[in-house]
Ligand binder design. Structure first.
Ligand code: HEC
Length: 350
């Protein structure tokens, strides 16, 4: 076997291409998915904020008029009249559903009625950007809060109607029960049309990550399996259509070079199958077989000629040996003496 067989090399090269491809497309795909997950969560967050605004509107239009009287007469403040209260309560109910338990809603103000709504530095920054006009409308992005990375979706909240000012203009105008509960410090001095808070939805960044990861894993798994199958298939096809035929041809070439008898290989069905192929290897095998047949015939002819030559040489050698004997001095001497004997005998008898 060669040090790096063709199929190993193909597998290595393809795997390399595959790895680079998967890394590149993985990065691109991951970013796309992350962006898409962000977009999805952003639109989800905006929808939630809109829903909260609808709840706020419902409280202002339908609940507060019914309970307005109680605000003045009841010593205890009626929270149900407050849009912010209904929004927070509805969101809490919403959160209790498992899927949204990690979501968090805040109406962050610089000067809140409820100290819990006090904007932190990050939210204050958003508010000042809104106030200066540097930012308008929706905002979203990531931030750290208590060591946790969060994705936020935010929208400005404006004093949109006079009804708000009943409780948020001056402590004097506000219901006594409100002052009794919340004091006269926060949530006053607001004006119509003023941006007084940002509505923020917080989602753990892991939520965005997980949403992206779920899709990513699935698509990448399909991608990897497909590629692995392609590599296996190419390997199989390579072995079957290229390497195996080359093996047959190189086996034949080995026999030719070792001067073994290869006439049976020339007739073998294995070679026949290859020469019958309509592709490049098929024509290579045809040329190869023709060449091998020629080599076989020529070798046969040569061997024949050589053996005839050997016979001739043997014959000549024998003749030469005979003539050497015949031509030698000893032989001619012997002939001469034999003649003398014969002559003498003739004289005696004759
Ligand atoms: C009946 C009195 C009342 C009215 C009317 C009222 N609010 Fe409030 N608002 C409150 C109270 C009380 C809170 C604090 C609720 C809590 O979180 O406990 C509050 C909270 C808020 C908050 C959250 C920040 C904070 O101050 O704690 C915003 C923002 C807000 N109100 C805006 C509005 C807007 C806009 C309107 C008009 C659509 C409005 N409010 C109408 C009483 C009122």
């Amino acid at each position: 076997m060669p040090r790096h067989s063709l199929s190993t090399r193909f597998t290595l090269i393809l795997s390399g291409v595959f790895l680079v491809g998967i890394a590149l497309s993985g990065v691109i795909y991951w970013n796309t998915l992350q962006n898409r997950a962000q977009d999805e969560i952003t639109s989800q967050g905006l929808l939630l904020i809109e829903t909260m605004n609808a709840v706020r509107g419902y409280t202002t239009q339908h609940v507060r008029p019914l309970l307005a009287d109680q605000l003045d007469t009841n010593p205890e403040f009626v929270s149900e009249t407050v849009p912010a209260f209904s929004a927070r309560t509805v969101f809490q109910n919403f959160r209790d559903q498992l899927d949204y338990s990690t979501y968090f809603y805040k109406e962050a103000a610089l000067n809140p009625t409820n100290p819990l709504d006090k904007a932190d530095d990050f939210e204050a920054d958003m508010l000042s950007k809104l106030a200066s006009g540097e930012a308008t409308g929706e905002m979203s992005g990531y931030r750290e809060l208590d060591g946790q990375r969060l994705f936020y979706i935010a929208r400005p909240l404006t004093i949109g109607s006079d009804s708000c000012l009943q409780c948020h203009s001056t402590p004097d105008e506000a219901p006594a029960s409100l002052i009794a509960t919340y004091g006269d410090q926060g949530g006053f001095g607001w004006e119509l049309g003023q941006i007084i808070a940002v509505q923020v939805i917080y989602v753990p960044a892991g939520e965005v990550f997980n949403a992206a990861l779920k899709n990513f894993t699935l698509v990448m798994a399909v991608f990897i399996v497909t590629f692995a199958l392609v590599i296996l298939l190419i390997n199989y096809l390579l072995k079957r259509y290229v390497i195996q035929p080359v093996y047959v041809l190189s086996g034949l070439a080995d026999k030719i070079s070792a001067d073994e008898n290869f006439s049976s290989e020339l007739e073998s069905s294995e070679l026949q199958v290859i020469t019958d192929r309509p592709d490049e290897l098929g024509s290579l095998a045809q040329v190869f077989r023709k060449m091998a047949t020629d080599v076989y015939e020529r070798t046969g002819m040569l061997k024949n000629q050589v053996s005839q030559l050997i016979i001739k040489i043997d014959e000549m050698r024998r003749k030469q040996q005979v003539s050497e004997v015949v031509d030698s001095d000893f032989f001619s001497d012997l002939q001469k003496r034999a003649k003398e004997f014969r002559d003498r005998d003739k004289g005696k008898n004759g």
